[in-house]
Write a protein that binds this ligand. Structure first.
Ligand code: 26V
Length: 819
């Protein structure tokens, strides 16, 4: 039951019922009994918004009064997931609402599912941003999001005949009632044109002949966990101001021109780029980035001016954090404002900018690193181009002082070289802090990818290992587990996740283990029900649920998982009496629209599923399912039901991973490579409670230095492996023909860049260890408990306290809402 806290809503079940009935009647002019589920859902959202209006207003008022330093987290993606559940929960209204609705004959869970899942992100980076919003509000940190209100989110994936098909994600179709449109706070963003330099004593830059786009903000409340705090996520939408467009310049009656104009303008916030691994120098993407940056900064500065004095104080009052390089134009744009509009000197403006800005890197994949052609940049953003050139010159000059004559080094480190603008270089130069997202990742940045930058300014570089919010990823998605934890150690863990460690004392306790098993089973039943309804496949809830859910990518090695299942299947075919634990292998994830081999991996998984699931001779010992349209909501169903968490990237490639943390919190055991945060998970749980395999990052990088390895040797030496690799092309998948030739070739003829064959034997052995452990149920359950008990360190609350102190220089004890 809800414990009453100081910031409890104070709303009773009776009050809630009455408010809700009134709301429905006022909104729809009809009784609760006669409106649709969508209407019921909308009315509930509207009611919750009423409840959070006062704390929202109070929060803003408090910030104004105390002048507390504000953090703005700029991200081109926020993968929020549904908000009704989390907002009710954080307001402390979950139980009250549940009870009230049930007394009215309604089910909160059903209404929660009416909500469209706002998919304004691709994967890890976007979901991380959403977890951080929750933690900032819950920690009482004045931290807000700045993002894009895409008309269409990440595409909806449907599987047709085993293939991925993409459909538009029309998430706004039925309206989105969490945000508030703020037309009065709209700003203009300027593109194109040219810059005239006027020189009378002081040089002035006059930007002329540009096009303007109207940026309209939509504010989404971000509710802190039972602390009366509501921060803001501001999402920007591009709109045309049609009243400014002459419909028929020649006096006719044709409004075609106005329509065309509005279409090109609105294109800016129309779609989210659905690829998180390959960079393309598309003008529209550059425009999107500038649109977010310029609109966001204008609104920050406008707000700053209303409450503060001179912009010299800016870095003491404002911190701007950029999520990867996508919002890196914040650097030249802030400089532009300080120089052109505030008339500060270059030195002053530069110091303010660097002190304000900080940057997180999320990937070392070279093909994802953004560089813009100089020409394009100059055409789209002529004034910013000049500023970037000045930054480059300023920086190269300081490099010259440090490394006189070392032209090679300077050109490697320059922001502009060979007619391209390197956004990561701009970020490193223009920020006072650069961080990676897990220890190994930061080491690789410092010692490899960004080594020369780190040698030049070592103090900038630091690590902030990612975290996820235990409120969404345990309390909300796994209420039965949350209850068990609270019954065992009390409720404080929700705000102090380190206290989960107290579970360690209970991990061998029979009663606790029994409950844990029951919770897992209950979650498997729920997932099995979904799979049955949606895919018509019956799952054995007593089998091991083994899940790999994430974007489909060569480096994440879904193929390794597939080859292992094929080998297991072959063993079962050879020996139908083979005594193995029944397994359900669950896959989910989207492939980028133009990433052909990844799309074929989806077909491969589905072909394997067809074969295995329809083969009576293996007596249902293994099942394979690919769950369509993996998104936040589906993750909330899969993760609590999973026993084994597959985290198997080629070591060095996965910057951190965050799914690994979510599974761990829900008591799954990781089978993984020593990559990203897996390494820290291993440190936290101890080597008995995780199954590790494969090459280390150092070994992988050493192979690359030596020109790779020879997959043929591995293939020749391992008969079981040879069999499965051959099966990709030898008719084993009857209808496939040559479909998987690309996979075959990349493994054998193209050097197996991701070490799939190399790691196969050790992966197979790791799975055998896993099965052994699972057979001994008390041992297994102890492992599960240890994972939950040591997951506190992977809470985004921990991460954000570190960002606050080390990067933004906000002492948590000085926060306006700190206890
Ligand atoms: C890159 C690009 C390239 C240009 C086109 C659009 C686009 C969109 C997103 C990205 C960033 C991808 C980087 C990313 O998502 N990294 C993931 O970040 C997670 C959070 O830090 C981390 O856990 C994952 O390991 C890392 O892959």
């Amino acid at each position: 039951a809800a414990q009453a806290g100081p910031a409890d809503s104070g709303i009773t079940v009776e009050q809630f019922k009455q408010d809700y009935r009134n709301k429905v009647e006022r909104m729809y002019g009809d009784g609760l009994e006669r409106v649709s589920d969508l209407d019921k859902y909308n009315a509930l959202v509207s009611l919750v918004r009423d409840y959070l209006a006062e704390p929202w207003l109070n929060t803003k008022e408090k910030y104004r009064r105390t002048g507390a330093k504000q953090v703005y987290y700029f991200s081109i993606e926020f993968l929020l997931g549904r908000l009704l559940g989390s907002n009710l929960y954080n307001l402390g209204l979950n139980e009250v609402c549940q009870q009230a609705l049930s007394e009215l004959g309604l089910d909160l869970r059903t209404l929660r599912q009416v909500e469209e899942d706002p998919g304004l992100g691709n994967g890890g980076l976007g979901r991380l941003a959403a977890c951080y919003l929750d933690s900032m509000a819950s920690l009482g940190l004045p931290g807000h999001g700045m993002g894009m209100r895409y008309r269409y989110g990440l595409f909806e994936q449907r599987i047709v005949d085993g293939y991925q098909r993409e459909y538009a994600d029309d998430w706004l179709m039925d309206g989105f009632y969490w945000d508030v449109r703020k037309p009065a706070e709209a700003v203009e963003v300027r593109f194109g044109g040219n810059v005239r330099i006027k020189s009378n004593g002081k040089t002035q830059y006059i930007h002329e002949g540009y096009e303007t786009v109207l940026a309209v903000p939509y504010d989404v409340p971000v509710v802190g966990y039972r602390n009366g705090m509501v921060n803001t996520l501001r999402l920007w939408s591009a709109e045309a101001r049609l009243s400014e467009v002459v419909c028929a310049p020649q006096g006719g009656s044709d409004c075609q021109k106005a329509v065309e104009y509005s279409q090109t303008v609105e294109e800016l916030s129309n779609i989210l780029y659905p690829d998180d691994s390959t960079y393309e120098g598309k003008a529209l993407r550059l425009k999107q980035q500038y649109f977010l940056v310029s609109a966001g900064l204008q609104s920050i500065i406008r707000n700053y001016r209303e409450n503060n004095g001179h912009l010299r104080e800016f870095p003491h009052k404002i911190a701007i954090h950029i999520n990867d390089t996508h919002p890196v134009l914040c650097i030249p744009e802030l400089l532009r404002i300080l120089l052109d509009e505030e008339q500060l000197t270059w030195e002053e403006a530069w110091n303010i900018t660097v002190q304000t800005m900080s940057y997180t890197n999320h990937t070392i994949l070279p093909e994802a690193l953004e560089t813009w052609p100089e020409d394009l940049f100059r055409t789209v953003l002529p004034r910013l181009y000049l500023i970037v050139r000045d930054i480059n010159e300023y920086y190269c000059r300081s490099l010259w002082e440090a490394y006189p004559g070392d032209w090679d080094r300077i050109s490697r480190m320059a922001i502009i070289s060979y007619n391209r603008i390197h956004m990561a270089h701009l970020a490193i130069v223009g920020c006072h802090s650069v961080n990676g997202v897990a220890e190994l990742h930061t080491d690789i940045l410092k010692n490899k990818i960004m080594k020369e930058f780190c040698d030049f300014s070592p103090a900038k570089f630091n690590n902030k290992t990612n975290g996820v919010t235990q409120r969404r990823w345990v309390s909300l998605c796994n209420p039965a587990l949350a209850q068990l934890i609270t019954d065992t150690i009390g409720p404080r863990w929700v705000e102090h996740p380190q206290e989960l460690a107290q579970l360690e004392r209970h991990s061998a306790d029979t009663a606790f283990q029994h409950h844990l098993l029951k919770v897992k089973l209950q979650n498997k039943v729920a997932l099995a029900k979904y799979v049955k309804e949606k895919h018509g496949i019956t799952l054995d809830v007593n089998s091991i649920f083994d899940s790999q859910v994430k974007r489909i990518h060569a480096y994440k090695r879904q193929t390794l998982n597939v080859l292992h299942i094929m080998a297991l299947y072959n063993r079962l075919k050879e020996n139908p009496l083979l005594d193995i634990e029944p397994h359900t292998f669950i896959f989910g994830g989207k492939a980028a629209v133009n990433y052909h081999i990844a799309k074929n991996t989806i077909k491969l998984i589905n072909s394997l599923a067809d074969l295995v699931n329809n083969d009576k001779s293996i007596r249902d010992k293994i099942k394979v399912v690919f769950l369509e349209n993996y998104n936040v909501s589906l993750a909330e169903l899969i993760i609590p039901a999973t026993d084994v968490s597959e985290q198997i990237p080629t070591a060095s490639y996965e910057a951190s991973g965050t799914g690994n943390m979510k599974f761990m919190m829900n008591g799954a055991v990781t089978i993984g490579t020593l990559d990203g945060a897996n390494i820290e998970i291993k440190q936290a749980v101890g080597e008995d409670n995780i199954i590790v395999f494969g090459l280390t990052a150092e070994e992988v990088l050493a192979y690359y230095r030596g020109g790779g390895y020879n997959p043929w040797e591995v293939y020749q030496d391992n008969e079981r492996l040879r069999q499965v690799v051959d099966q990709l092309i030898n008719g084993f998948f009857p209808a496939a023909g040559d479909l998987f030739r690309g996979h075959f070739d990349s493994l054998l003829h193209q050097g197996d860049h991701f070490f799939v064959l190399k790691d196969f034997a050790s992966y197979e052995a790791a799975h055998q260890v896993l099965d052994e452990r699972y057979k001994d149920r008390p041992v297994w359950l102890k492992m599960c408990s240890a994972n939950i008990a040591h997951s506190g360190r992977f809470s985004s609350d921990r991460t954000f306290a570190e960002y606050a102190t080390d990067i933004w220089h906000i002492r948590p004890d000085t926060l306006p809402f700190s206890a």
